[in-house]
Design a protein around this ligand. Structure first.
Ligand SMILES: O=C(CO)[C@H](O)[C@H](O)COP(=O)(O)O
Length: 222
């Protein structure tokens, strides 16, 4: 497993120039494109559908696209995003009527499968589906908007999930999303995360070589 993955969230990109923005951030050394799908139902905001994912593939983006579904229900969009070029797909357990089936569907469609836990979601939702998971995404803000502050209680949760992954001897990536910045990424990595989703700390912050380089330098110290 590649040690640390940096996944810029396009929620904070200049959407009028999305193809260029994504290309630049990948050229600067980002690993994964994080795609926040919001339906104005599960969360009070509305963003991108599968057509935009397909448009990025048509534009020439070959990096993994990580689709975070903040929608309910989930199954139809799992199929559509997989067909549109997604590489990783995650959803919130409370948004699916049949979590086990939705996770299986993601793998059946050839993508990596993940569950997303909100800050107040207990870890018990992971029981009985550990073997269906390629990654777990811990939200460190409440979902729906970029630019929020990291919730400090998430650090203990990252440690607890990491411990369970190790105790079970599983090969599951642990991603953290929300309020991830240059000044807290080391603490988040030390707690056990190995994938970092950052929107407002990357897009719109000037030279992406410099910004992505700062994140990389911080991670190199862990
Ligand atoms: O899932 C999200 C919001 O629901 C975003 O990915 C997340 O908040 C990243 O944005 P920022 O880095 O600005 O906090």
């Amino acid at each position: 497993m590649q040690p640390y993955l940096l996944a810029p969230s396009i929620l904070s990109a200049d959407l009028a120039r999305l193809g260029e923005e994504v290309t630049h951030v990948l050229e600067a050394g980002a690993d994964v494109v994080h795609f926040d799908v919001m339906d104005n139902h599960y969360v009070p905001n509305l963003t991108f559908g599968p057509m935009i994912c397909q448009a990025l593939r048509n534009y020439g983006v070959t990096a993994p696209i990580d689709v975070h579904l903040m929608v309910s229900p989930v199954d139809e969009l799992i199929e559509q995003f997989a067909d549109a070029g997604a590489s990783m797909i995650s959803f919130h357990p409370e948004a699916s009527q049949h979590v086990d089936r939705s996770l299986q569907l993601i793998r059946d469609k050839g993508c990596k499968a993940g569950l997303v836990l909100n800050p107040a979601t207990p870890l018990q939702v992971l029981d009985y589906v550990w073997d269906r998971l390629d990654f777990i995404l811990l939200m460190s803000v409440n979902p729906g908007f970029g630019g929020q502050a990291f919730i400090p209680a998430t650090l203990a949760k990252i440690e607890a999930v990491k411990q369970q992954i190790e105790q079970r001897g599983l090969n599951i990536r642990l991603a953290v999303d929300g309020g991830v910045k240059q000044d807290n990424i080391v603490e988040i990595a030390k707690a056990g995360a190995d994938m970092f989703i950052a929107g407002s700390a990357i897009f719109g912050q000037g030279d992406y070589n410099e910004v992505v380089g700062q994140f990389r330098q911080k991670l190199a110290t862990v």
